[in-house]
Design a protein around this ligand. Structure first.
Ligand code: RIB
Length: 323
């Protein structure tokens, strides 16, 4: 353990994953080669990754009084995540129907279930517990109104806010851009957030637009291209990756966000935090599953060593951040 404490406010799901040669076209039925039921949910995946790395991390959210809820919580606990803030409610635990094609790409339908019940009252009830964390990580599988409400209150408390805007909801509240210190969309989410046409899409133009709309720092993950970042200076910076054999992209974005948060929590420079995030998500796409694909602490530590990241350096936040 070490570094600043991280709170993850978000979804806990169980993933029903079918592995197919090719995702079905509209109106088409395809046969799966394999199927598995595994713990998932963008919030839980991020908390799990942080726990595995050895962070002091608490999960906040809701599950149902069912086996899926128990499965998700047990897995988080096995990674050392504090789940005392997770409540059980009358709705069923969220679930995700995931199709993974042979090229590793996935499509996901989330049935929100209990995640949909994470409202203001829950945030109010848990507020003092959440405030024990220094860095708060959000995604958007709980209601957008709740994310907005919590981010605003926590920003007022001086917390560092990391927003993974996945999935981008209809009517995304622009006000939220201004409460986040770091926003981590993937390319699809960047298209939706910016409202720019997908054809001829420019990451640079989209980032610039979001900065103009109030974002402090955009950290866009871009698959095999690595990541692109822009803060209020308006300079686009590229953190490259490399080609690997992609098996399953599920949780690649979640592990990216978690590794970045880990870096910031442990005083790594912004650049080192992004480099670590790119590397970890590159490992994750080469493995099957959501939480099952997330590297163990020893792998992360040797990665940190290989990248030459000075452990525990108090480098401050050299890029981005929302004063
Ligand atoms: O990011 C991957 C996750 O998205 C899956 O685990 C699934 O539960 C959905 O939330």
């Amino acid at each position: 353990m070490g570094g600043r404490r991280i709170g993850v406010i978000g979804s806990l799901n169980v993933d029903y994953v079918s592995y197919v040669r090719k995702s079905p076209e509209r109106g088409e039925t395809v046969l799966a080669d394999d199927f598995s039921i595994v713990p998932g949910g963008k919030g839980a995946n991020q908390a799990f990754a942080l726990g595995r790395i050895g962070c002091d991390v608490s999960m906040f959210g809701l599950v149902g009084d069912d086996d899926n809820g128990k499965l998700g919580l047990a897995n988080l606990e096995s990674a050392g995540v504090d789940v005392s803030g997770v409540e059980v409610c009358s709705a069923p635990t969220g679930l995700a129907l995931i199709t993974v094609a042979e090229d590793g790409d996935n499509s996901i339908v989330v049935v929100q279930g209990a995640n949909k019940k994470v409202g203001r009252e829950y945030i109010d009830r848990k507020f003092s517990e959440i405030c024990r964390c220094d860095i708060i990580v959000f995604q958007m599988e709980i209601p957008k109104e709740t994310v907005l409400y919590a981010a605003k209150r926590l920003k007022d408390e001086g917390k560092v806010i990391i927003l993974d805007p996945a999935p981008v909801p209809d009517g995304f509240p622009d006000e939220l851009l201004g409460y986040a210190d770091y926003i981590k969309p993937n390319e699809t989410e960047l298209v939706r957030l910016s409202g720019l046409p997908a054809s001829g899409f420019s990451i640079e133009e989209a980032c610039r637009l979001l900065i103009r709309r109030g974002a402090a720092c955009i950290l866009a993950s871009a698959g095999p291209e690595g990541a692109f970042c822009m803060d209020r200076s308006g300079n686009l910076r590229h953190f490259p990756s490399y080609e690997v054999d992609v098996i399953d992209t599920t949780a690649a974005g979640d592990s990216f966000t978690a590794s970045f948060a880990y870096g910031i929590a442990n005083g790594f420079s912004f650049d080192d935090s992004v480099r670590l995030a790119v590397e970890v998500s590159t490992i994750v796409v080469q493995r099957k599953g959501a939480q099952s694909s997330i590297p163990e602490r020893r792998e992360i530590l040797s990665l940190i060593e290989r990248l030459g990241i000075p452990a525990g350096r108090k480098a401050g936040i050299a890029f981005g951040g929302n004063p």
